[in-house]
Design a protein around this ligand. Structure first.
Ligand SMILES: Nc1ncnc2c1ncn2[C@@H]1O[C@H](COP(=O)(O)OP(=O)(O)OP(=O)(O)O)[C@@H](O)[C@H]1O
Ligand SMILES: [Mg+2]
Length: 228
């Protein structure tokens, strides 16, 4: 069996809304193995983004534990957390590209943070953009690209530092259905051909069904799971 790369144990997140606690996540236990393509499906407010942000080390839990490759993430200091984040690919609903940068420069950015030379960055950015079908759009800025193209740049950027896994929060939430289908095809190809481990959050049942494993969330809890 493939090795476990993500494991949550009774993971909790409680936000304080003034003096009123909002339990966004309650005792979530999830294990993800290398090479899996998993979707997290649930209605608005069920805690999907909260869970993904915790797994991506973008936010800290208020209870329970998160292990990434057997490392207890809650025990890491800020420098160690920053090093960990470099190894996690995150794709956001609103792409989050830098507007004044071209597609290639956007993809190069995480590699400069990781300390790659200019030549290496450029070569890898071009390879990645080619892989997502944007060879002819490398010098375009985000405003000169369609929503689907922008999201493909964001996926290339997320893959820049060879992440251990890819986290996607509603990656097709702002894309028309034709382009959404293209994105899903790309995601499946990354999983099946390149072996990238993927967790995709969505409230779209049809999209979720593209993954082999579906985890259902409701009121901050995992309530059901199916494997096809
Ligand atoms: N920063 C915050 N402060 C207070 N409450 C929050 C905060 N972020 C999220 N919440 C609450 O936590 C719960 C879970 O939110 P979350 O964003 O994880 O839901 P979601 O499943 O991603 O929803 P959607 O499908 O709308 O994106 C909601 O009740 C939300 O209002
Ligand atoms: Mg969300």
């Amino acid at each position: 069996m493939a090795k476990t790369i993500i494991k949550t144990v009774d993971l909790r997140k409680t936000y304080m809304q003034g003096r009123i606690p909002v339990e966004a996540l309650r005792e979530v236990n999830l294990e993800v193995r290398e090479g899996e393509f998993l979707s997290v499906l649930g209605p608005s407010g069920s805690g999907k983004s909260t869970l993904l942000n915790l797994i991506g080390a973008l936010d800290k839990p208020t209870g329970g534990k998160l292990f990434i490759e057997n490392i207890d993430v809650s025990a890491l200091n800020d420098n160690q957390l920053a090093d960990l984040r470099i190894k996690i690919g995150f794709v956001f609903q609103f792409f989050n590209l830098i507007p004044r940068f071209t597609a290639r420069e956007n993809v190069e950015l995480p590699m400069s943070i990781a300390g790659l030379s200019k030549g290496e960055r450029r070569k890898r950015a071009e390879e990645l953009l080619q892989m997502v079908g944007l060879a002819s759009r490398m010098n375009h800025k985000p405003t000169e690209l369609s929503g689907g193209e922008q999201q493909r740049v964001a996926i290339a950027r997320a893959l820049a530092n060879n992440p251990r896994f890819l986290l996607m929060d509603e990656p097709t939430g702002n894309i028309d259905s034709k382009n959404a289908y293209e994105i899903i095809r790309l995601v499946k190809r990354l999983n099946e051909d390149k072996g990238v481990t993927i967790i995709m959050v969505t409230h779209d049942q049809q999209l979720a069904a593209e993954a082999k494993r579906i985890v259902y969330m409701l009121d901050g809890m995992i309530v059901r799971e199916t494997v096809s």
